[in-house]
Design a protein around this ligand. Sequence first.
Ligand code: SAH
Ligand code: SF4
Length: 382
Amino acid sequence: MATLAAAPPTEHVAAAATGRPNPPITGLSWAALQEVLAARSERPFRTEQVVRWVYRSTITDFAPMLNVPQALRTWLAETYAFSSAEVVTQVASADGDTTKAVLRLADGALIETVLMQYHRRSDGTGADRSTVCVSTQVGCALQCSFCATGLMGLTRNLTAAEIIDQALHFLRRTRQRPPVVRNVVFMGMGEPLLNYAACLEAVARLCDPLGAGLGPPRLTISTSGWLPGIARLANEPWPVRLAVSLHAPTNAVRDELVPLNRRYPVEDLLAACRAYQAQTGRRVTFEYTMLAGVNDSPALARALVKLVRGLDCHINLIPMNPVAELPYAPSSDEAVQAFHRTLRQAGLIATIRREMGRDIQAACGQLQTTVRRRPLVQEHSS
Ligand code: SAH
Ligand code: SF4
């Protein structure tokens, strides 16, 4: 593990003369920016120029926008912040494949964003690629019993700009050091479907061909099962992927792991997934975090097979990432393999997720910024 950057920040939240931070430029849609610039009697093509600099370059300030007149650059810098997030620290895992950024927002709230870089497989298949995992809330209200973010409780929703700026931070970085980010997963801190409007606004801006230009199927929204949000998502024009954090096929086990299950039990969740699929034709991903002695038995594997029968789905088995404050342990390799075998033998598409960034507490479910935890410094015995 290496600390890549402790202050000074590479991106900053500009302070206006009032002492209040300027609003971020990424909070404006294309149309809103066009309006703002038209009100200043700027020529219409200026909007595209500014958008390209913000979404498609590597700059982190207005000053280097060289084809934009100096007066407009100065006005933009006086009026807007280039980013809503300031990098506090950035750490990389020992293997270098995972980087976690701790970002400070204008109100002082801290969030975590993770970059995962995957390599072409040794047999020559696959490709180098980068994925950003963005947070959608400061903390989370849902308190799943095995998740570090759940320990924080909910402070607030993130704005669309705060979600977009997380993705842009690592997009800019990987444009300098490829592979460039092509995938964004809404799997960091928080429940995206409880911050629906901001998440969908972020999707729109990240997918806008004139903005970041990411492909909607490369964006994944993960939910612990907020049914009204799943139904709403099915009606959106963006064909983003839906991932559902299932973790257990029975209410008895799921009630303990995902308290939201008491409101929306497994059978209702599956009915919502079937309705989503009927409407969109899209495959659903189920995440299944494997906890030793809790949800990894052969009987539960068989119950899972029954539960998802007839649904086009992909089951992603995630070995639990340890959280010091929580009483769960990851399932053994043997239990994970046996569970996986049962699913495969029943004809299901199932994979075991390679966990990344555990050594920097950047893996699924380990993101947490307010509960006191062991520092991110490796101790040396010598
Ligand atoms: N709130 C959303 C998205 C963020 S959590 C959701 O729950 O889906 C992202 C994923 O990490 C979820 O599947 C979640 O269940 C999983 N997760 C939480 N804690 C974990 C842990 N300790 N180990 C492994 N996965 C975990
Ligand atoms: Fe919230 Fe997701 Fe963690 Fe549950 S697993 S507490 S929904 S972030």
